[in-house]
Design a protein around this ligand. Structure first.
Ligand SMILES: Cc1ncc(COP(=O)(O)O)c(C=O)c1O
Length: 280
């Protein structure tokens, strides 16, 4: 872990009493040293890999790593956590996804029990993903769920069966700027405005909706340049220059990160502007 990230973590502990997450003594060691220097003690969660294969200790090594982390003077092991991001790979197989969410949570609960048997006080057992939210948190022994995308929902979550179109709160409002060719409408939202991060082969830049948020039949958004989006299909015939459309992003988190401000609209049409912070 780089010095800047260590300093950031120490500041988060000092200001907010933040709990840190670690998956090895290689990560925990520099944090512990910097906290010791700052005369601070932080709670830590041991991150466990329950299937994503990204960060997180393998469940079979958790007891050994927990012992190493607990031996550090400025870190107190308080819980275990996982991010079950592999659930995104299940596509429309909702039964398979739910079963994998339960398996993931059970694996984390089993690690918590092993750590308790080894003498650690494990108070928090934390799962975290939006597709897993309907199943994982209900496994006995789980104490916390950390969904993120759930705040807005998005096209990926609709395709995974986590929500319906009506549950999606975030769209990119775009204007038709050119209709020179039949079957194509150009909008003022391109690859700098949208994330193309999709969970399925259904690629492109998002679902095209009308201004009121209803799907525009026969219109897709397969291509983008930096400032221009290409809407194609027979349904573009209804669009004229100046029309507004809404694009439901595949991935809300990555799309929000493209913008410095959100417009939060109430049901009565009143709105507020929210700055987007912590983008990087
Ligand atoms: C560690 C961790 N926890 C929770 C989440 C939230 O997952 P989701 O966006 O599926 O709700 C993420 C997302 O990247 C994550 O990396």
């Amino acid at each position: 872990m780089g010095a800047a990230k260590v300093a950031f973590a120490v500041e988060a502990v000092r200001r907010y009493g933040a709990t840190l997450m670690v998956d090895s003594v290689a990560v925990a060691g520099p944090l512990d040293a910097a906290l010791y220097e700052a005369r601070l003690v932080a709670g830590v969660f041991l991150e466990v890999d329950t299937g994503l294969g990204r960060t997180g200790v393998d469940p079979s090594s958790a007891v050994v790593v927990a012992a190493e982390v607990s031996a550090l003077p400025s870190l107190q092991l308080r819980g275990v956590m996982t991010h079950e991001g592999h659930l995104y790979g299940f596509g429309a197989d909702r039964a398979g996804l739910d079963a994998a969410a339960v398996a993931s949570a059970r694996s984390l609960v089993a690690v918590a029990e092993e750590l308790r048997a080894a003498g650690h006080a494990i108070d928090v057992v934390s799962v975290g993903s939006t597709p897993g939210l309907a199943a994982g948190p209900y496994v006995s022994g789980v104490t916390e769920a950390r969904p993120g995308t759930y705040v807005f929902n998005d096209g990926n979550q609709v395709r995974l069966g986590s929500c319906t179109l009506d549950d999606c709160a975030l769209t990119v409002l775009a204007r038709v700027v050119s209709t020179q060719r039949a079957g194509t409408a150009i909008i003022d939202a391109g690859s700098k405005a949208m994330s193309s991060d999709a969970v399925s082969a259904d690629t492109g830049y998002g679902m095209v909706l009308d201004r009121d948020g209803l799907p525009l039949d026969g219109v897709t958004f397969p291509r983008a340049n930096e400032e221009h989006g290409f809407l194609v299909g027979a349904g573009t015939g209804v669009l004229t220059v100046g029309d507004l459309v809404r694009i439901l992003p595949h991935h809300a988190c990555a799309t929000v990160n493209m913008w410095s401000e959100l417009t939060a609209v109430q049901a009565d049409g009143s709105y507020e502007r929210w700055p987007v912070v912590a983008r990087h």
